[in-house]
Design a protein around this ligand. Structure first.
Ligand SMILES: *[C@@H]1O[C@H](CO)[C@@H](O)[C@H](O)[C@H]1NC(C)=O
Length: 406
């Protein structure tokens, strides 16, 4: 009786000591997530918590393993459990149910010169039993329900029975033509929203992702439209951090098209390598860098372009200057939002400290490894990839050609 009591006591003591030890190591071993509340992206003091032990690293998967040991998905998920991005920056890809859909088939004819790639052309099977023919061919859609214009102006007049006029402008200014029945833009308030998080522009490119990241140059940048504001911003930041600039603007790698010289494994897949474009190996080249600098040409709400999504796809961490509400479009702790820092010096110090801290750096990749996405899944669901069905559904809801005029 007594002996078993003593044993119970010993077991309890042992359990308690183990518990205390665990608690202690918890605090010693998990410095990253001890800050209360949800930090600003990119300014969460992660690096300062790592006891100044610098560790240059190149193996990104090894960095992930270290993060798994020190932090782990469970704690990451818990930290962002109550983090709720603004849901209204996105239209519901699922629409508002099937009520109000008046047609069972819709055909859309794309008119004039457009950025919309040819490989979007096909017959789609959409929600609510709707079929949707999307084509640039006036042979395949000789009696279209709608005409889509991007760089051309729609007809100024339309009578009942004529195709609906759809106008698309994905630029920051969201300029309407004045004659359209349906407007497509990147903003949730447009008739049909289309985000830049699509994949179809990128077919036939090289998608190799490098397992190792460079230490001599930390940032990838490539810009070929040298806008003064963007160049100035890039220069003031890049001058503080070792980087490679591949494009026309502030090029520092000895000329254009150097990516394939640096990274031969990035040459285009499929077919002969006749005249590769810089964007054919963009993804692969980016993947060699810990960071990719992405600067929008205009910083307005919800204008988040492919520059950012491409860097995320390539397994890099975007350093972003653009939409003030970008956090509503990306997974938590997936980007460094440059505008959240009080100076370029402070931003550069943060970036450099992450580059020598495998655990803090790996945390910027935790979202994809732990499945913590914020709005990101919906952002991808509302991209150009799914535009045909979503537009056909909108056309159907209006009644197609039988719709009256506004
Ligand atoms: C959420 O996004 C919508 C659409 O962009 C915007 O009108 C609204 O002001 C945002 N709400 C907050 C709290 O930021």
């Amino acid at each position: 009786m007594i002996r078993s009591k003593t044993r119970n006591y010993l077991v309890a003591m042992l359990g308690f000591s183990l518990f205390a030890l665990l608690l202690l190591t918890h605090f010693l071993e998990f410095p990253l997530l001890t800050t209360a509340g949800i930090p600003e992206p990119g300014a969460n003091g992660i690096a300062s918590a790592t006891s100044g032990r610098e560790e240059a690293f190149t193996d990104v998967v090894a960095a992930f393993r270290k993060w798994d040991k020190k932090v782990g998905c469970e704690r990451f998920r818990e930290k962002y459990r109550r983090w709720t991005p603004n849901a209204s920056v996105l239209q519901e890809a699922e629409g508002s149910g099937c009520r109000g859909m008046e047609l069972s088939h819709v055909s859309v004819l794309i008119k004039g010169w457009t950025w919309i790639p040819d490989n979007l052309d096909r017959l789609y099977s959409c929600r609510c039993g709707l079929s949707c023919l999307w084509t640039k061919s006036a042979v395949l859609a000789d009696k279209p329900d709608a005409l889509l214009f991007e760089n051309a102006t729609p007809p100024s007049k339309r009578k009942k029975g004529d195709p609906l006029r759809v106008y698309m402008d994905l630029e920051a200014s969201r300029k309407h033509s004045g004659f359209e029945d349906i407007f497509i833009g990147y903003h949730a308030k447009d008739d049909v929203q289309t985000t830049y998080a699509g994949a179809l522009f990128h077919n036939n490119r090289n998608y190799h992702v490098s397992p190792s990241k460079k230490n001599d140059a930390l940032i990838y940048w490539s810009s070929s439209r040298c806008l003064p504001r963007r160049d100035q911003l890039a220069k003031s930041f890049l001058s503080l951090v070792p980087h490679h600039s591949f494009g026309k603007c502030l090029n520092n790698v000895g000329g254009l098209n150097m990516a394939l010289t640096f990274y031969p494994e990035c040459s285009a897949t499929g077919g002969a390598a006749e005249d590769p474009h810089w964007y054919d190996h963009l993804h692969c080249a980016m993947s060699h860098y810990k960071f990719v600098l992405a600067i929008e040409n205009t910083a307005v709400d919800s204008y988040v372009t492919e520059k950012l999504f491409y860097a995320l796809d390539a397994g890099s961490v975007p350093i972003y200057f653009g939409a003030p509400n970008v956090a509503d479009f990306v997974p938590p702790n997936s980007i460094v939002d440059g505008s959240k820092f009080s100076s370029m010096k402070e931003l550069a110090a943060h970036v450099k400290s992450l580059a020598v801290d495998p655990v803090a750096y790996a945390e910027y990749h935790a979202w994809r490894r732990c499945g913590v996405l914020g709005n990101y899944g919906r952002v991808r669901a509302a991209s150009l990839d799914t535009l045909p069905c979503r537009l056909c559904e909108a056309i159907s809801s209006k009644g197609g050609k039988l719709a009256g005029n506004r």
